[in-house]
Design a protein around this ligand. Structure first.
Ligand SMILES: Cc1cc2nc3c(=O)[nH]c(=O)nc-3n(C[C@H](O)[C@H](O)[C@H](O)COP(=O)(O)OP(=O)(O)OC[C@H]3O[C@@H](n4cnc5c(N)ncnc54)[C@H](O)[C@@H]3O)c2cc1C
Length: 391
């Protein structure tokens, strides 16, 4: 008997990490992605390797996932990150009021930290707002949004995964209540054809509910876009964060010779409707200047938006800030009586490997395989190996 075949819908961080996990467990994998790989939310995120500190007070499940994955990624993807650490700084009295809860949250979530003096903070980050009242160092880092998923994809490809880009799923093929494959449209050849599968995983991020609807089931997605602004000049070397409840424009991340200010948050019904609001760009400048006053006059290199794949009730959320950054794996057989279909969504780019491990555990059990996860140890191929396919 040949290897079981799994089709993964979506070539973002989540689909990439899952393809890597499943190929290591001896599963035949095909990824179908409607655009280029990472062309969804993944290729447009802020570039922060989260330590979890941002979520340590209000979203501790996500904070714990972030610190665990942060430590694993450092081992399996050496060279992908700038290990510059992050500094959470209190600028206002309101920020100071958050200080004790912040340290308590870091303790609870087992996020390593060190409080440094404001004098030391200003020595290390001379462009930091001199009004700084407190500073705490945590293991945040800078990453290239595309290179980490490309490393997952390169390694999966090396282990036999087939990656079909510009290939959009238009229908899930069903036999009674079982998903048996996907119908796709190849946007290059303009041909439509079917791909059979023993199981289909929906890793379509903010589009997950659209894919789920093709099987007649519902995933409670709340796409939540945010705007990011890159300005010329590397104004800080560490990732600077405001020490307060997550808000607008309260992170400045150094990326090569640029500084990226982020982000805002609102909710939409359709993740393809990403309106770039001028007020949001202005807000990034205004709030970014609270951390580093000089960014106020830094020329803009680029501004863009992307939609977070948040899980939540459609009516309950207004800004997206109230929704958790944790992830969920939906087993549609257990939940909806639809066989051969699993959805993995939510989470962060930082936690994609962990999301994949949980999902692959569900998938291999359904396929009757008994193979353990190896992605905590296997070092990934370099991102450049992805482009050498077929050469
Ligand atoms: C503004 C912003 C900043 C962020 N910053 C960070 C950060 O600094 N650090 C961090 O860790 N996380 C960050 N995140 C979160 C992170 O970007 C996402 O959690 C992650 O990228 C989601 O990956 P994914 O693979 O699940 O989704 P996606 O990357 O969106 O992948 C889903 C894919 O499915 C494809 N697809 C959709 N429909 C179909 C179809 N019918 N057929 C085939 N393919 C289809 C899409 O094209 C897409 O490529 C940020 C998010 C936003 C919005």
């Amino acid at each position: 008997m040949g290897k079981p075949h799994v089709v993964i819908v979506g070539g973002g961080a989540t689909g990439a990490a899952l393809a890597h996990d499943l190929t290591l467990r001896g599963v035949r994998v095909t990824i179908v992605e409607r655009g280029e790989v990472t062309s969804g939310t993944t290729g447009r995120h802020h570039g922060l390797l989260h330590s979890g500190a941002r979520y340590a007070v209000k979203d501790q499940e996500s904070a714990k996932e972030c610190i665990q994955e942060n430590m694993i990624l450092r081992k399996i993807a050496p060279g992908t990150f700038e290990l510059n650490n992050g500094l959470f700084v209190a600028i206002t009295d309101e920020d100071m009021a958050y200080h004790d809860a912040f340290l308590a949250g870091l303790e609870t979530c087992a996020i390593p930290y060190q409080e440094i003096t404001t004098q030391e903070a200003l020595q290390r980050e001379p462009n930091l707002n001199p009004a700084v009242k407190a500073a705490v160092e945590v293991p945040d880092g800078t990453m290239d949004a595309m290179r980490l998923p490309l490393r997952f994809l390169a390694t999966a490809q090396h282990n036999g995964a087939v990656i079909k880009t510009y290939t959009q799923v238009t229908k899930l093929l069903m036999k009674d209540k079982t998903v048996v494959g996907v119908r796709v449209r190849d946007h290059v050849t303009e041909k439509t054809y079917d791909i059979g599968a023993d199981l289909v995983v929906n890793a379509a991020g903010a589009w997950s509910d659209k894919i789920a609807a093709m099987a007649g089931v519902h995933v409670p997605m709340q796409p939540s876009p945010g705007v990011l602004v890159a300005v010329y000049g590397r104004w800080n070397n560490m990732v600077l964060n405001r020490m307060h409840r997550s808000g607008d424009g309260d992170i400045i991340l150094p990326q090569r010779t640029l500084s990226v200010i982020g982000t805002s948050s609102w909710v939409v019904k359709d993740p393809d409707q990403l309106e770039m609001k001028k007020e949001h760009i202005e807000l990034m400048y205004k709030m970014g200047a609270m951390l580093v006053p000089a960014v106020k006059n830094a020329p803009m290199r680029a501004a863009w938006a992307a939609a977070r794949p948040l899980i939540g009730s459609e009516s309950g959320a207004t800004t997206g800030r109230e929704l958790s950054r944790t992830f969920k794996c939906f087993d549609h057989e257990d939940r909806d009586n639809v066989i051969g279909f699993v959805t993995i969504t939510g989470g962060k780019a930082t936690t994609a490997r962990g999301m994949a491990e949980v999902t692959a555990n569900v998938v291999v059990e359904k396929l009757g395989l008994d193979v353990a996860c190896r992605t905590r140890e296997v070092v990934l191929l370099p991102h450049t190996a992805y482009y050498r396919r077929g050469v």
